[in-house]
Design a protein around this ligand. Structure first.
Ligand SMILES: Cc1cc2nc3c(=O)[nH]c(=O)nc-3n(C[C@H](O)[C@H](O)[C@H](O)COP(=O)(O)OP(=O)(O)OC[C@H]3O[C@@H](n4cnc5c(N)ncnc54)[C@H](O)[C@@H]3O)c2cc1C
Ligand SMILES: *[C@@H]1O[C@H](CO)[C@@H](O)[C@H](O)[C@H]1NC(C)=O
Ligand SMILES: *[C@@H]1O[C@H](CO)[C@@H](O)[C@H](O)[C@H]1NC(C)=O
Ligand SMILES: *[C@@H]1O[C@H](CO)[C@@H](O)[C@H](O)[C@H]1NC(C)=O
Length: 622
């Protein structure tokens, strides 16, 4: 970026935030920063040419798609097209504390689940929000930036299920290849690399609440650990995909540094793919159809079409193109080319938004809705990475725990506590509440008093790693612009609720440790509406709360499940080729066969790296 353009952008942001800070209308202001999109597009527009030819066409510029595009275009002989439905990032994406606000912008597809019977009772119409990133960078541009790879047993399990080449020993080098770690104290760890494209660092800002939580967890018997290292179990300050305190998205990490030097890589934003072109007799993919500025285009792929459109849109595109469950395609009138269980499985990581604890501290809870001009100047103009603007939406520490009811090996965590220096109140109802589709009566009963009193507080989100509940995704009709139907069937298996209950109990135990008692930590004593019949903080009260404040951390996987030939649940092979098809792969988080012991962004990069290795192996010398 030229210095002049930088200055212009900063001035624009500062002005917008100044207005919003006064009027508390941050969201609208950030939407208007979409202006920056338009400016960037005007400076470097990329208008598609009808009928253009490429070797590889990659659909979706998310975490996996950007990785793949960068790696494949390293070969100057290959022409690569990267097609993305959304626009470009702006300064709001780069400001980690604003991550909740981004859900209210056009950078989020804005999906909702179908009404949930046994979960999401605190949401309008029992519909949980399932956001997804839309834009160059995909979900990595709106995510919370937690960097977390998973447990070695996850990947060894994939391999044992017949997915050769995906064991921990196979994938660890790929995780390392992506990583540029700046983690103090882990400079010599064999689990971290310092020269990959993706920056990983501890969040520069730390509240007293986080310090007290980490200390209290240690006092409760959870050792300090590097959860991306030898052993996951324990507590740690969060490792984040930020660079000098700013978001480092897939686009910033993998594409921006190389795009000016890759005449063989064409990137098309605002281009929405509607179908994969498939030769019905050979079952070979030979191109795509997409819309750009209300006009339809066709591109041809000589070698392969690769879907990296994410866990909702990759299965959608397969089905629109005739690859999917026979009954669903028949019902919506798409001619069947290849019957496969696309969308038949959908796993997610569900959590409970709480418990929330109030404390006697002051000024430690983050209020992203109260950014001042001084904050902006310090963070952007003075370049100070340690201000609270570098906080990744308030997430500061993670604890990986076993549950007493676990039947899994002792080194395989069942639950995670995500420590957030705030709650739904900390943006004063302007972002997370809307982003999660939470009803006003819930917000008003639980969080508005906190917003008004500004009493310091923090929340421990409790997440279950290995849920038994399995959901499904399908198409309501054949219109490619309509949303897929998403039914995660959250908490359909009662045991999943019990694991989260175990995590809540452990959170409360940790809150009673000296480090948290020293700051007066105690449960927020407000009742969840709809759970009044139960004694406050009893097991049944929490069970009710879990089914009310159900909150996904957006780790949907398995909609294009990977598995060997003959596996009736598999959509793609261990080489990520769509079973029974030619020249067609899926390379993104939708191939993950089972929910990992992790947040899924790091895996998306790893899958992008793996995909590029598999593709290069197939086409080397061709
Ligand atoms: C709000 C939120 C917070 C999260 N926080 C974390 C976190 O802190 N840590 C973590 O590890 N994980 C987090 N995740 C999950 C993680 O970000 C995702 O699992 C991961 O980024 C998915 O990568 P992907 O490459 O599979 O897909 P995506 O990154 O979703 O990329 C898919 C891309 O394809 C594009 N696309 C879709 N359909 C079309 C089409 N028809 N035509 C053209 N383009 C299309 C999309 O616009 C998008 O850019 C979060 C997710 C969300 C939603
Ligand atoms: C670190 O990353 C670079 C760049 O991706 C890669 O070449 C190197 O092999 C990686 N180092 C290790 C130890 O994995
Ligand atoms: C750009 O590409 C050329 C040829 O592939 C290479 O020699 C050069 O080092 C690259 N420059 C940068 C800045 O990466
Ligand atoms: C915290 O404040 C509460 C309410 O004012 C008080 O009862 C409690 O003693 C305080 N605890 C500590 C550790 O200061």
């Amino acid at each position: 970026m030229s210095p002049l353009r930088c200055l212009f952008l900063y001035a624009l942001l500062a002005a917008a935030l100044l207005v919003s800070a006064q009027q508390n209308r941050l969201l609208t202001q950030i939407e208007q920063l979409g202006l920056v999109n338009v400016i960037e597009q005007t400076i470097r527009p990329n208008v598609p040419k009808q009928g253009a030819n490429y070797d590889f066409i990659i659909v979706g510029a998310g975490a996996a798609g950007c990785t793949l595009a960068a790696r494949l275009s390293e070969n100057p002989k290959w022409r690569v097209a990267l097609i993305e439905a959304g626009g470009v990032e702006n300064i709001a994406h780069h400001t980690p504390v604003l991550t909740g606000q981004l859900l209210q912008t056009a950078s989020n597809w804005g999906y909702r689940t179908v009404p949930q019977r046994l979960a999401c009772r605190g949401m309008h119409n029992n519909e949980c929000s399932v956001p997804r990133g839309k834009g160059l960078g995909g979900t990595s541009s709106i995510s919370n930036m937690i960097y977390n790879r998973g447990n070695r047993r996850d990947f060894d399990g994939w391999a044992a299920a017949g997915n050769e080449g995906w064991s921990y020993a196979d994938v660890l080098p790929l995780f390392l290849r992506t990583e540029n770690a700046q983690l103090k104290g882990l400079e010599h760890s064999p689990y971290h690399n310092h020269s990959g494209p993706l920056s990983v660092e501890y969040v520069r800002y730390r509240s007293d609440l986080a310090r007290a939580f980490v200390d209290a967890s240690a006092q409760a018997g959870h050792q300090r650990t590097d959860y991306n290292g030898e052993s996951q179990l324990g507590v740690s300050y969060v490792q984040a995909t930020t660079r000098n305190g700013r978001r480092h998205s897939a686009f910033s990490a993998y594409i921006r540094p190389v795009r000016d030097n890759r005449s063989n890589l064409d990137i098309f934003a605002f281009s929405r793919v509607t179908r994969v072109l498939i030769d019905e007799t050979t079952k070979a993919a030979y191109g795509i159809e997409f819309n750009y500025m209300r006009k339809s285009y066709t591109f041809k792929a000589h070698k392969e079409v690769i879907l990296s459109a994410g866990a909702f849109n990759s299965p959608q595109l397969l089905m629109l193109s005739g690859v999917g469950p026979e009954d669903n395609l028949k019902a919506i009138g798409v001619p069947l080319i290849q019957p496969l269980p696309v969308g038949r499985r959908l796993y997610d990581h569900m959590c409970h938004f709480g418990p929330t604890f109030v404390t006697n501290t002051t000024g430690q809870t983050l209020y992203p809705s109260r950014i001042s001009v001084a904050d902006i100047i310090s963070f952007y103009l003075a370049g100070n990475p340690g201000t609270w603007l570098s906080s990744i939406g308030g997430v500061e520490a993670l604890a990986f725990l076993k549950s007493p009811r676990s039947k899994l090996p002792a080194d395989w965590p069942d639950i995670e506590l995500v420590m957030v220096a705030g709650s739904l109140a900390s943006d004063e109802g302007t972002a997370l509440k809307l982003g999660a589709n939470i009803r006003d009566d819930i917000y008003d009963a639980l969080y508005r008093p906190l917003q008004l009193s500004q009493q310091d507080h923090f929340t421990l989100l409790v997440m279950q790693f290995h849920p038994k509940s399995i959901g499904r995704l399908w198409l309501r009709d054949r219109n490619p612009l309509h949303w897929p139907k998403i039914d995660p069937k959250y908490f359909i298996e009662p045991e999943d609720v019990e694991f989260i209950l175990d995590g809540i109990k452990e959170s409360i135990r940790i809150s009673r440790m000296p480090a948290l008692q020293a700051i007066g930590a105690r449960l927020l004593d407000r009742r969840v509406p709809g759970c009044d019949e139960h004694e406050f903080a009893s097991d049944d009260y929490w069970r009710c709360s879990i089914r009310t404040l159900s909150y996904t951390l957006h780790h949907q996987v398995a909609t294009c499940r990977m598995g060997p030939e003959g596996d009736p649940t598999a959509v793609v092979s261990p080489q990520l080729r769509v079973h029974g098809m030619r020249k067609l792969r899926v390379v993104d988080t939708s191939i993950i066969p089972l929910p990992p012991t992790a947040h899924t962004n790091a895996a998306a990069y790893m899958i992008g790296e793996k995909g590029s290795d598999l593709i290069r192996a197939d086409w080397s010398g061709k």
